[in-house]
Design a protein around this ligand. Structure first.
Ligand SMILES: *[C@@H]1O[C@H](CO)[C@@H](O)[C@H](O)[C@H]1NC(C)=O
Ligand SMILES: *[C@@H]1O[C@H](CO)[C@@H](O)[C@H](O)[C@H]1NC(C)=O
Length: 347
């Protein structure tokens, strides 16, 4: 019985991976009309060929800036992936996260999940400036974020995916949305599942997208609770492997050191691979939100962690598929929103 269910899960993964090629959102209904089924309407605006004639060099420009930025600062790849994620979870993938404070905008940059940790804005600015030279007023900041997330994944050794484009930029931001919708690092599994469900993402997306923690770092503040007071009982999280725990306590003392950093995947911190899942299997996931994918004994997430730890190809296929799905959250299309001239302010 267990074996049978295991096989079904694997089959399910293959099935959904297969859809990557079919690229959701491939149709020509970009002007946001015509679709009577409101639920899928938003996704139908995006197509991979959106800039084929208006800015054919868009991806080359994005990649050339990324190559330099990541060579200079390998951590930047993870920062740009996170920027896209924190954008999409707040009023959709509309570049709201890039807006600075102004008369009409209260920036999301100061929200609890973003403050002192969100980064990469200068790289987005540089891409935008080059694109404004090459194809003025054409490429949205929201699409730049999606392209930068894919490019960062590829340059780190991860999968490529066909990326639907045509998002437009918001004229608003939501500080409260940023505080409410982005899952905190000490989330329980049930919290994580609810946060993702709220965005139309399921448990498979949750586990696969958590795999982005194969690169990047987290601040001591984000895992301190696990080291010293996991349950309100002044005890460490008992799921932490002992040696790993000891090492973390030297980076992250009980008091102070909040901005000290530790790699999310210490086995290969700058390489996009499946070692994140292998570490979780050994009690060496850095954040509570990483380890609970295994430790809370949810049958689905446990099987997914195991299958990604065993087979990098299965992880890569699902990651690509789930990134497309996340990138399709609530985009502005057609005449909604605008293409910002400067990603930091509305036109
Ligand atoms: C997570 O941390 C916040 C802030 O410290 C705290 O209020 C909340 O209770 C914690 N959640 C869990 C599940 O421990
Ligand atoms: C938290 O405490 C409960 C008992 O109060 C225990 O069953 C559980 O394993 C603890 N969780 C962790 C992660 O230490």
């Amino acid at each position: 019985m267990v074996l049978l269910r295991g096989l079904c899960t694997i089959a399910l993964i293959f099935l959904s991976s297969g859809l990557t090629v079919a690229s959701p959102g491939f149709n020509f209904n970009w002007f946001n009309g015509g679709d009577e089924n409101g639920e899928s309407e938003e996704q139908l605006g995006l197509i991979p060929e959106f800039y084929q004639y208006s800015c054919p060099q868009v991806n080359d420009i994005v990649m050339s800036v990324l190559e330099q930025a990541i060579a200079k600062d390998p951590r930047m790849a993870a920062s740009l992936l996170r920027l896209h994620f924190h954008d999409c979870f707040v009023q959709g993938c509309d570049a709201s996260i890039l807006l600075d404070d102004s008369e009409t905008i209260i920036s999301e940059k100061q929200s609890i999940p973003n403050k002192n940790s969100i980064r990469g804005f200068e790289v987005i600015d540089e891409i935008k400036a080059k694109l404004e030279e090459a194809c003025p007023g054409v490429v949205s900041c929201a699409d730049i974020l999606a392209l930068a997330a894919r490019g960062s994944t590829v340059l780190s050794g991860g999968p490529y995916w066909v990326l639907p484009l045509g998002r437009r930029d918001s004229k608003t931001a939501s500080l409260s949305g940023s505080n409410i919708n982005i899952p905190p690092p000490n989330s329980t599994l049930q919290n994580l599942i609810s946060f993702f469900n709220h965005q139309g993402l399921d448990e498979i997306d949750l586990v696969a997208l958590s795999g982005s923690h194969t690169i990047g770092v987290a601040r001591c503040l984000s895992f301190k609770q696990r080291l010293y007071n996991q349950n309100g009982s002044n005890q460490p999280d008992e799921t932490l492997e002992r040696n790993y725990y000891n090492g973390l306590t030297s980076v992250c003392p009980k008091s102070g050191g909040d901005n000290n950093i530790s790699p999310l995947d210490f086995a290969s911190p700058a390489m996009f691979d499946n070692s994140y899942f292998k570490l979780i299997m050994g009690g060496k996931g850095l954040l509570n939100s990483d380890e609970v994918l295994l430790s809370e004994n949810n049958w689905n997430t446990v099987q997914l962690v195991k299958s990604y730890a065993e087979d990098e190809g299965i992880f890569f296929n699902q990651f690509a598929y789930s990134m497309v799905k996340m990138g399709n959250i609530g985009p502005l299309t057609g005449y909604n929103g605008e293409v910002r001239m400067n990603c930091r302010r509305v036109n």
